[in-house]
Design a protein around this ligand. Structure first.
Ligand code: ADP
Length: 349
């Protein structure tokens, strides 16, 4: 029996509440194989006594079942995690963002389906219900919230070195777009990207918010996982167009979030149809794909948003369509309905 073999076996042990295993999280600090005795030492940073208990039991179930290990000794060093704000700072552990009651993520399996448009309009429509709302653009590679809210100011830092979010249309905003030059190419990859994003989430002085809407980067990779595993996201909304290629990716997103125990609040079918002046609907990307997909995945269909020129124009010019009275615009009305549903599904108290 070799330490490498034991380490490999320990990959079956997940960190409680996470999809990742304790080896890839770097928590297994030492493995020793002496004649008749196998010792593993694990270091965990947490304030929850259930976490080391669970890891202890799971390690034993895996290792005790192996042949030739002799007596198995699992030692767990528990280090006190820093208080909420820095909960994840070192290793793992979801935490809430101080002052923020609810965190809603908006995701999509692929780019260009209108995820940022939905995030921006949802934020505006939630604010119209009387809630205090923040919007954080977590997309390092294509930040668009700055544009959608028509602001190019640079945020300042407060005395605690936290970034003070900007404000537009009553929403607190934070975006990588605020920190970049207009044309600077962002080439931050892998762990750097993860760290930047975590810093974003942790070092913004959001203060009191009922809802923080996170505009996630498109796709289902590490960065999306890091974000939803860094903070306790109350639920995720998945945006898709009715086209099969988008639906396939939306399906992947639903299953990824389900695996990491982030509740999928539902799908939004964007660009569902185009209605001409005469009132005829053209289903440019196919009809009812989102409806069928929501049924198949057994998640609610939260809304269907048509293709609409004013929605695009207002997005480009910094005044999201949901600012228009719902009585005067169908797309605005659709976003206000989504917001009302979210308020009921995830009440901010
Ligand atoms: P993503 O965040 O998924 O990449 P965006 O929200 O940036 O997508 O949208 C891509 C483009 O499509 C933007 O120009 C946006 O204004 C436009 N768009 C999004 N939804 C609609 C819609 N329902 N009607 C018209 N244009 C839309």
């Amino acid at each position: 029996m070799s330490p490498d073999f034991i380490r490999e076996a320990l990959r079956q042990v997940r960190y409680p509440g996470f999809s990742r295993d304790i080896v890839s999280f770097g928590l297994v600090k030492e493995v020793r194989c002496d004649p008749g005795l196998t010792t593993v030492r694990i270091e965990i940073q947490t304030r929850d006594p259930k976490v080391p208990e669970q890891v202890f039991q799971d390690c034993h179930s895996v290792l005790d079942a192996l042949p030739d290990v002799g007596t198995v000794k699992v030692e767990i060093d528990v280090k006190d995690a820093p208080a909420a704000a820095g909960g994840l700072a070192g290793t793992v552990g979801k935490s809430s963002i101080p002052g923020v009651k609810r965190i809603i993520a908006v995701a999509s399996g692929k780019g260009g389906v209108g995820k940022s448009t939905v995030a921006a309009n949802l934020a505006v429509a939630l604010a119209a219900t009387g809630a205090t709302v923040g919007l954080c653009d977590c997309d390092l590679y294509g930040p668009s919230v700055a544009q959608m809210f028509g602001t190019r100011e640079r945020p300042l830092a407060n005395e605690q070195d936290e970034i003070i979010p900007l404000q537009a249309h009553g929403i607190k905003l934070m975006s990588m777009g605020f920190l970049l030059e207009d044309r600077s190419p962002v080439i931050v990859r892998g762990p750097m990207a993860t760290r930047y994003t975590q810093q974003f989430l942790r070092q913004v002085a959001w203060e009191d918010l009922d809802y923080l809407v996170l505009d996630l980067p498109p796709g289902t990779g590490d960065i999306q996982l890091t974000i939803v595993q860094t903070v306790s996201v109350d639920g995720v909304i998945i945006v898709t167009t009715p086209q099969e290629v988008a639906l396939i990716d939306a399906r992947k997103a639903v299953s990824m979030f389900a695996k990491v125990n982030v509740p999928v609040l539902g799908l939004i079918e964007n660009m569902a149809w185009f209605e001409c002046d005469a009132g005829k609907r053209y289903f440019l990307f196919g009809e009812g794909g989102g409806v069928r997909e929501a049924e198949a995945l057994e998640v609610p269909l939260l809304g269907r948003i048509p293709i609409d020129i004013e929605t695009r124009e207002r997005g480009d010019s910094g005044a999201p369509i949901a600012l228009v009275s719902p009585a005067h615009h169908k797309v605005s009305a659709a976003f206000h309905e989504v917001a009302a549903r979210i308020r009921t599904m995830v009440p901010a108290g």
